[in-house]
Design a binder for this molecule. Sequence first.
Ligand code: TRP
Length: 334
Amino acid sequence: MTRIFSGVKPTGHLTLGNYLGAVRRWADVDQHRAEALFCIVDLHALTVDHDPGRVRRLSRQAATLLLASGLDPELCTVFVQSHVDEHARLSYLLECVATDGEMRRMIQYKEKAALERKRGGSVRLSLLTYPVLMAADILAYGTDEVPVGDDQTQHVELTRDLAVRFNQRYGHTFVVPRATRPEVAARVMNLQEPTSKMGKSDDVGPGVVYLLDEPDTVRKKIMRAVTDSGQDVAYDPEERPGVSNLLEILAACEGSDPAALSEAYTSYGALKKDTADAVVELLRPVQDRHKQLCADPSSVEGVLREGARRARAMARPTVDSAYEAIGLLAPSDG
Ligand code: TRP
């Protein structure tokens, strides 16, 4: 059976963009068709300046929201990265396979490091090595497919390079994975800045709809979304990014096509109102389920405990064989 691995970094509250672009598909499609692992990648949240309490809260919240969104622990494995030692164990071995030049070429590293320096801060070494840890996340599980957004495809390419290089040098150990992009993923953009993605880390409230926003807040944010000059409603992401984003969101909620939808509207106001209603209805069951799960925190803890146990059992043999293949002496039993 195909094995899928994907990760959510607990650096911000989950957004409508995360849900429509990824999580909904994990729940509706991926967990049913493959052996799927979904990981709260908390170690990755430590690569930039962070608040320990916030990382802990966001990790618990992300796990709860994944379950509230329909990930079913009977069908897939939901767990926290730091609960499974194999990630860090394998990461070190892969650091011995990756090169310094390769790491410094990563676009995300260059961008984030530049930003950090501009702020007068220092760059953590883990920001540079982060893609190697991501490779370890993926390779430890014999993953075939990694569903990720465009911003992560370079990291998956690196993962493939490291897997191939390791296998060539030390003998076949890793499955070489590939990045997948769902054909119909909604690409949800920031409502105030429709040329950049609605990410969870940018922390600019008004353009980002969070999964736990109250209905009134959702409505306000959508009604205040920037639209484009021009009057008619047309789907043209290049020339009319604001309106196209609203059409994209509404189409994703309804399971229809944004270009076809545009025909039905003659004013921005009506489009915004319908989009706001659709998003409120989309989020309602997720929020209800989230509330129920929060009232019973031990059930979420139980899911994570069992998830980590399963993940460990899957990763352990692969990581052990990598340790042996690379030349480390196996500990003797007893
Ligand atoms: N780097 C990913 C992000 O920033 C998160 C991530 C970490 C990930 N490890 C992963 C995604 C493994 C897919 C597979 O979004």
